[in-house]
Design a binder for this molecule. Structure first.
Ligand code: TXA
Ligand code: MG
Length: 323
């Protein structure tokens, strides 16, 4: 594998951002592929490295809630309350943008997405750089987000200039994206900050994520997909489905909250994942493990639809939609 070695050299990361280079950094959710958000040429490199359409907006990462106001038209009371409650943390706020934010970051939208990540390396990098860093997840377009530095290296290698290694990401699924520019506010992407937690802070109704067609550019029905075909099914259906696929010579993997038996001996067991938090932390690494092992089908039993389980189910649904 070529490409940069992973380091933890914050000063080198900040210097690379300042000269318009791409820096991969860990966050508590997934690894981000960062560029100076105020440099449209650097931002264009992010889209090229990912193979991502340029109308898909990026999240601006900042070091603290104090850095929000230059990026948005107005810091509303709701935004202030949410920032106080959840930052640093896995909540991204979409708000009307200021003129400081380049079109390259927002895909030409009148809104901008901002968050303060809760990871010591990300925060140190943002402080050392001293400006907003536009960063999507550090995967190729449509693929699962990386939760380990080595996954970034395997997937993006030469396309990035520096990889900061923070070990495995604690949460494992991307941040909750809350659109504060719509009325009522709407969760565009579920994450580990739940709708109930948000409404408890802002004391107004919030719409849940709608299923179906794209809600914003970059929110596709199909996304996060492993190379293997993902089938989402109930625990009680796994044994029969696994037996049928195995009998047809299909190489399968199984991911479920609890142990399932009996399975064909050749099955790659990716779990048991345990509770929804553990499931989220395991999810994308499990997808990559199945691919590395040449599995053709992953049978996945979703966690219960509460808390971060809602986010895991959303990712499973999107990862399976493309077949
Ligand atoms: O946890 C995360 O959010 C990770 C880490 C690296 O921070 N980042 C991440 O970025 O998942 P990305 O680009 O893979 O996903 C950003 C999501 C996209 O679904 C995009 O559509 C949405 O945020 N988004 C960004 N700007 C938006 C805007 N102005 N309006 C609506 N949605 C927006
Ligand atoms: Mg992504």
């Amino acid at each position: 594998m070529t490409g940069p070695d992973a380091t933890n050299d914050i000063a080198a990361g900040a210097a690379a951002l300042a000269r318009g280079a791409l820096v991969v950094f860990p966050t508590e959710t997934v690894y981000g592929l960062g560029a100076n958000a105020l440099d449209p040429v650097a931002v264009a490199r992010v889209f090229a490295a990912k193979g991502r359409p340029t109308n898909h907006p990026l999240i601006c990462h900042v070091a603290s809630a104090d850095d929000l106001s230059p990026l948005v038209a107005q810091v509303t009371p709701a935004a202030r309350a949410l920032a106080d409650a959840f930052w640093p943390g896995p909540l991204t706020l979409v708000m009307p943008r200021s003129a400081a934010v380049p079109d390259a970051v927002t895909g030409g939208l009148h809104t901008v997405a901002v968050r303060v990540p809760n990871h010591p390396i990300a925060l140190a990098l943002l402080r050392a750089f001293g400006g907003p860093v536009a960063a999507p997840s550090a995967n190729r377009f449509g693929r699962p987000s990386p939760t380990r530095a080595r996954d970034v290296r395997a997937e993006l290698g030469d396309a990035v200039d520096l990889i900061l290694d923070g070990g495995p990401c604690a949460i494992g699924v991307e941040s909750t994206v809350l659109d504060l520019a719509s009325n009522p506010p709407q969760i565009l992407r579920p994450g580990s900050v739940s709708l109930e937690q948000i409404t408890a802070v802002i004391n107004m109704p919030v719409s849940a994520t709608s299923s179906g067609p794209a809600r914003a550019p970059g929110m596709l029905a199909t996304h996060y997909s492993p190379g293997a075909r993902l089938e989402v099914l109930a625990a009680e259906d796994v044994v029969a489905r696994a037996a049928a696929l195995d009998a047809a010579g299909t190489r399968i993997a199984v991911l479920a909250p609890t142990q399932i038996a009996p399975l064909p001996p050749s099955t790659l067991i990716l779990g048991p994942a345990g509770d929804a938090h553990a499931y989220a932390a395991l999810l994308y690494a499990a997808f990559r493990r199945a691919d590395a092992d040449g599995r053709e089908v992953i049978l996945a039993v979703p966690p219960p639809a509460v808390g971060i389980g809602i986010a895991v189910r959303d990712r499973l649904a999107r990862a399976s939609a493309g077949g």
